[in-house]
Design a protein around this ligand. Structure first.
Ligand code: CU
Length: 395
């Protein structure tokens, strides 16, 4: 209940002010020619996105090197938005312009799938990264007897670095009942230790110069355990699967047992708490992309969706939920929703300023990750599969 209140407070705090970014509702994707990352006919041998610990040490180093490269690069787009000063921050800025429409709506999974693909492409094309996007299966590091801080992703040499410096003032304001915290300040080690960003948290557009911080929430690993993934995989349709993965709040959805932030999506964000709020821990939904762990978490969510899709053809081509949402108004009254059901033909659009046609597709173009054409003739613009996660065998 307390977690629930904390999350509500953090959401409601968004609702309190001023001007903003873009629009949807007025989205007019340019779909006059086939958008594509790959020619699906070339997708005969899809690469495998692997779990972090399935990468060799040189592969891990090459990945984090490429992330640092994006951070050190001048922005090639969205440079007109306040606070965009590196190519890495263009991703956060783009996420921030669309946060209300791509969370707690039917676009959540398809939009983030395309977003991850654009990030992967940038690592490869702009920074010479040789591999594909990895994921972090935190269920391996969660549960009785486990200590999440020992997860290989937090390794200072071969990972993303660990917790932030201890911020006493911050942690004194967090109720003791939600857990004990050891971080909250700037990262102490790892390849991203010196990252600073100017993008303001929340929906505001102003300069806000800050280091990258983390406040690992060990107690929240009760929501990154395997049972949270298991319940997603048994859902009978896209709507229920999304609700169990992201959280309810969709029109017509039922509350989940235990409260509405008890999902693996919230679990991952709150556990590593990259770039937390001042008082409330857990990542800021608008700018959580600033912590490179965002991609490891969201790629794992994409993998869970993929695992669910692999079960049968009905799942593979399943879409649904509405564009509006009961949670919508908490993003701020200025955000208006498109009141329509998501279908194969619904546009998924990372905005024209962010990659043009390449980033403007329809949901049906994103359902198969490995080049399969949808029943309505829409071609897949993706080409990858996932490795089998190195989870311990279960009895
Ligand atoms: Cu997001």
């Amino acid at each position: 209940m307390l977690f629930q209140n904390i999350f509500l407070i953090s959401l409601l705090s968004f609702a309190s002010s001023s001007p903003t970014p873009q629009k949807p509702g007025t989205w007019q994707p340019i779909l006059d020619e086939e958008p594509s990352y790959v020619n699906p006919s070339d997708c005969t041998n899809p690469p495998l996105r692997k779990e972090w610990r399935q990468l060799t040490i040189p592969e891990r180093k090459d990945y984090t090197r490429a992330v640092v490269c994006l951070y050190n690069m001048k922005p090639t787009r969205l440079a007109n938005l306040i606070g965009v000063d590196t190519e890495y921050s263009t991703f956060t800025a783009n996420h921030k312009t669309q946060t209300p429409w791509v969370h707690f709506t039917g676009l959540f999974l398809p939009w983030h799938r395309l977003f991850i693909r654009e990030y992967e492409r940038s690592l490869q094309d702009l920074c010479g990264y040789k591999g594909v996007q990895p994921y972090w299966d935190y269920t391996i590091d969660s549960g009785p007897g486990k200590n999440i801080t020992e997860a290989p992703v937090f390794d200072p040499q071969h990972g993303f670095g660990g917790n932030g410096k201890y911020d006493k003032a911050l942690n004194d304001r967090i109720p003791k009942s939600v857990g004990t915290f050891w971080g909250g300040g700037c990262l102490k080690d790892g390849p991203f230790k010196n990252f600073r960003f100017k993008l303001a948290r929340d929906k505001f557009w102003r300069l806000d110069d800050r280091c990258l911080s983390r406040n690992i929430w060990e107690a929240y690993t009760v929501y990154t355990e395997q049972r949270l993934e298991d319940i997603i995989l048994i859902q009978p349709n896209f709507e229920n699967m999304t609700v169990y993965l992201e959280g309810p709040g969709f029109e017509g959805s039922q509350p989940l047992p235990g409260g509405w932030v008890t999902t693996i999506h919230a679990g991952g964000h709150f556990v590593f708490s990259g770039h937390p709020f001042d008082v409330i821990t857990g990542s800021d939904p608008w700018t959580s992309v600033l912590d490179p762990l965002f991609w490891m978490h969201h790629t794992n969510l994409d993998r869970i969706w993929w695992e669910w899709q692999q079960q049968n053809e009905k799942n593979l081509w399943g879409v649904g939920l509405r564009m509006d949402s009961r949670v919508g108004p908490v993003w701020g009254p200025e955000f208006k929703y498109v009141d329509e059901d998501m279908t194969w033909d619904s546009p998924v659009d990372l905005t024209a300023e962010f990659g043009g046609k390449r980033n403007q597709v329809k949901i049906a173009n994103l359902l198969s990750t490995a080049g399969k054409t949808a029943p309505n003739g829409a071609k897949s613009v993706l080409c990858y599969n996932y490795s089998k996660s190195p989870k311990p065998a279960r009895l």
